[in-house]
Design a protein around this ligand. Structure first.
Ligand code: NAG
Ligand code: NAG
Length: 453
């Protein structure tokens, strides 16, 4: 028994596919809004009413009734339910009133309440790679019939009417209406996998990892995002930081976009060139002058080499891919590279004094606009500093820690923030605007709590 249990759980533990770099969990609030928007935009109600009032081929006149026409189709009540493994069950409940003249004079009315039900199967379209709904098994269920016909006419006449009219005409009229609404919903996925520019360095595409899945409380769409350089080659998402954390404690019906730290790492790798910076100029904020004189206080050898103060140039080169780390409530950008200090002679130009290997971290704050997530960084700390080479002889790099930390904060961080201003595009689907959404940082993951209003 134990062995069997182990076998079962071991199989369950095997990842069925690679960790998605991003995923969407769409709850019922979101799907209800998507369907309601589609109904509004497709003007399906107006079209249904227009169709209903047209002369329908195949409608047998009711004996004793003339001038039959559809008087009213009430706005339908739409109910959706998730069908695990399939998609969405849709029920459209509407009341239709048909009037006519009775042979004994006076107006007659027949009011029927019908439910139109269908299963909307959610799949990945083979041609486009996009999520797509197909409706299946559209059915018309007669919920109630009311008429003002004399009661002795009721059973026979009404039954005939229901047989000939409702069962023959309504499916042809109502089922295409369901399809039309779905077409609108499907159409709103169109731009999902389109490349979106990340500044001028390249682009990102949210490609589906596989078909969407449906559970009892949400639809999940997994992405294998493609981060691509302008030149064409793609940047793989690192495996480290790709396993997203999906929180279970969101209210029922809510929806989230979940983005991995690995995705941001790949996107920042794309921007890496703009992290290589030369810091020039004597005055930097409120810092002591960016000159050999200031440096000489920390490194005596500098004073020996440069008796007269000359301006400095600090060259920062990032040598490894940037790395984004996310822990509950906190996110950091880790950069590895070199800091090279030059003395800039007014006449002979820059000459290198020393090169330091370094690793430092920046804190990241995230915010949202309609279609992007934005980052602003601030200096956290220098984690590593070691002399790689020096033309002024050996010295204690530790003494430079504070000086360099301030220099990075005042001169480097603003340039990084400038480079990050391009913003990181979010999936474009079902008309989602992200501006009102809320953000949370959890292990390896940035969670965008999607708002429906
Ligand atoms: C028809 O739809 C309404 C509204 O969704 C629901 O309350 C009712 O139970 C349905 N009736 C039948 C017979 O399916
Ligand atoms: C897709 O993007 C194009 C170009 O930006 C836009 O005109 C169109 O409305 C978008 N389509 C949808 C369904 O959002």
């Amino acid at each position: 028994m134990l062995r069997i249990l182990c076998l079962v759980s071991c199989v369950l533990l095997m990842p069925s596919r690679a960790d998605p770099g991003a995923l969407l969990k769409l709850g019922m609030d979101f799907m209800n809004k998507a369907v309601k928007d589609a109904m509004d935009e497709s003007q399906i109600l107006e079209k249904m009413a227009a169709m209903a009032s047209q002369k329908q081929a195949g409608v047998k006149p009711i004996k004793g009734m003339t001038g039959m026409k559809v008087k009213e189709v009430t706005p339908p009540i739409i109910t959706l339910e998730f069908l695990p493994g399939v998609g969405i069950f849709q029920c459209v409940s509407t009341r239709i009133t048909i009037t006519g003249k009775s042979f004994i004079g006076g107006t007659m009315e027949i009011t029927v309440v019908v439910n139109i039900t269908a299963s909307n199967r959610l799949q990945q379209d083979e041609a486009t790679g996009l999520p797509v709904f197909h409706s299946e098994g559209c059915q018309i269920i007669l919920v109630s019939v009311k008429t003002n016909l004399p009661s002795n006419m009721l059973p026979k006449v009404v039954n005939k009417f229901l047989d000939s009219t409702l069962q023959k005409i309504l499916p042809g009229m109502m089922c295409p209406a369901i399809d039309t609404v779905l077409e609108y919903v499907n159409h709103k996925w169109t731009n999902l996998t389109e490349p979106m520019p990340l500044g001028e360095a390249g682009s990102i595409k949210y490609i589906l990892t596989g078909g969407p899945t449906t559970t009892a409380s949400y639809i999940e769409v997994d992405f294998s995002p493609v981060v691509q350089r302008e030149e064409g080659d793609t940047i793989d998402l690192p495996e480290d930081g790709a396993a997203v954390t999906v929180l279970g404690d969101y209210p029922d019906g809510s929806s989230q976009l979940v983005l991995s730290a690995a995705l941001f790492t790949a996107e920042l790798t794309l921007l890496r060139k703009s992290f290589d910076v030369d810091i020039k100029g004597k005055t930097i904020g409120k810092l002591p002058p960016h000159t050999t004189k200031t440096l000489a206080r920390l490194v005596p050898r500098v004073r020996k080499a440069y008796r007269k103060p000359v301006p400095l140039m600090t060259q920062i080169r990032i040598s490894k891919p940037p790395k984004v780390i996310m822990k509950a409530g906190k996110s950091q950008l880790h950069l590895h590279g070199t800091i090279e200090m030059f003395a800039v002679h007014p006449k002979s130009g820059p000459s290198s004094m020393f090169v330091l290997e370094t690793h430092f971290s920046l804190d990241i704050q995230y915010s949202l606009s309609e279609d992007k997530v934005h980052m602003v960084t601030s200096m956290d700390k220098l984690l590593d500093l070691s002399v790689a080479s020096s033309s002024i002889g050996s010295f204690k790099e530790k003494k430079l820690k504070e000086f360099l930390t301030s220099l990075l904060q005042e001169a480097y961080v603003p340039l990084i923030n400038g480079a990050l201003e391009v913003g990181f595009p979010l999936p474009d689907f079902l008309g989602t605007k992200y501006g009102q959404s809320e953000l949370a940082i959890v292990e390896n993951t940035l969670v965008v709590d999607l708002r429906t209003s």
